[in-house]
Design a protein around this ligand. Structure first.
Ligand SMILES: Nc1nc2c(ncn2[C@@H]2O[C@H](COP(=O)(O)OP(=O)(O)OP(=O)(O)O)[C@@H](O)[C@H]2O)c(=O)[nH]1
Ligand SMILES: [Mg+2]
Length: 336
């Protein structure tokens, strides 16, 4: 009798209750146990997420990065450095924090970039950003095509890019359109309206709607991209997010005590804007999208769409001068 036709009784009948039920239920194979196996593996490995902030100078990118680290995501892991002023960012810099919640470990890296738009000629100001993103894909590809490749390739790829739109209240500037057009082809972008506390609620709503229309008119596909919705449920959830984009955010790394509670906010003469309060701004929605609800999807799209596009292009280039590569390296390149 072949293995295939042999009756399989992994649970000998011993007793009553659940076990007895499984034993007598010959149709139960235990496929659902895969979830527990996956959970244990994921708990061991932990998670990594790399977020980049991009936009014109002075829009609050470095501040929002600190907000993200100081907010509920990692309140415990931040040392208080109360009154430090954030200096102007002059080079691309990554900052990582290890966060743990309910036994799940996560390494959150934010890549801060210098603002652009200060030069008289802003042509090609996207080049350093595009180069950084492509360099990370290249580093990953080089690890992947190694004959002795690591079991887990270190992932420095940019999973998501938060693009800061200045709160003009009018429309997108040609520079923002051009920048986002280029970025959206290589990375997931989530646009935000920076310093949203400078707009009234009506101005905010109107500006959000205008930006959505302009993104559509310019064929800029921001995250979550419609074409990657996998089913009707995905579409329903993501449609709601697409209706909210761009998130109107306010950033702050200053903590205050209000009614005995610690809040992150911006204190003004007429009150405190609480950055984590959804009645005040949409920072919490942005954070939830990136971490709580869509982190895995953001990483999947980075790997299966953006990195894949880069990889195919690079391998095609390599194929065209195949003779210059040693044959064993080319074989390794083909294996995914
Ligand atoms: N009103 C308001 N001001 C903000 C907000 N976020 C940051 N700022 C202020 O804007 C100024 C610039 O903030 P940064 O975080 O340094 O801006 P940046 O985008 O990193 O600037 P570069 O490094 O030059 O690109 C600081 O004085 C911040 O306190 C916000 O949401 N609202
Ligand atoms: Mg900065």
């Amino acid at each position: 009798m072949s293995d295939y036709t042999k009756p399989h009784h992994p649970n000998p009948p011993h007793g009553k209750g659940d076990k007895a039920h499984h034993a007598s239920d010959f149709s139960y194979v235990g496929i659902d146990a895969i979830l527990e196996q996956m959970r244990r593996k994921a708990m061991k490995q932990g998670f990594e997420l790399n977020i980049m902030v991009v936009g014109q100078s002075g829009l609050g990118k470095s501040t929002l990065m600190n907000t993200l680290f100081k907010s509920k995501v990692s309140r415990k892991s931040v040392e208080p450095n109360a009154e430090d002023r954030i200096p102007k960012t002059v080079e691309i810099k990554s900052i990582s924090h290890d966060i743990e919640e309910k036994g799940v470990r996560m390494k959150l890296t934010v890549i801060d970039t210098p603002g652009f738009g200060d030069q008289i000629n802003n042509e090609n100001c996207w080049q350093p950003i595009m180069k950084f993103i492509n360099d990370q894909y290249e580093a990953y590809l080089q690890e992947e095509i190694n004959i002795d490749r690591k079991k887990r390739i270190p992932d420095s790829r940019v999973h998501c890019c938060i693009y800061f739109i200045p709160p003009t209240g009018h429309c997108l500037r040609p520079l923002d359109v051009e920048f986002m057009k280029r970025l959206s082809k290589v990375v997931n972008i989530v646009p935000v309206i920076a310093k949203a506390d400078t707009l009234t609620l009506e101005e905010r709503d109107y500006f959000k709607q205008t930006i959505r229309e302009e993104l559509r008119a310019n064929d800029i596909d921001v995250y979550p991209q419609k074409e990657f919705d996998e089913d009707a449920e995905d579409r329903m959830i993501n449609d709601k997010i697409r209706e909210m984009i761009p998130f109107a955010v306010v950033g702050s790394d200053q903590e205050y005590q209000e009614n005995g509670k610690r809040i992150l906010g911006r204190r003004t003469k007429w009150g405190t804007i609480e950055v984590e309060n959804i009645a005040h701004c949409e920072f919490a929605y942005l954070r939830d999208l990136l971490i709580r609800t869509h982190m895995q999807n953001i990483k999947d799209i980075t790997g299966s769409i953006h990195y894949e596009t880069y990889r195919v292009r690079r391998l095609n280039e390599s194929n065209s001068h195949l003779s210059s590569h040693p044959p064993e390296q080319m074989c390794a390149m083909i294996v995914p």
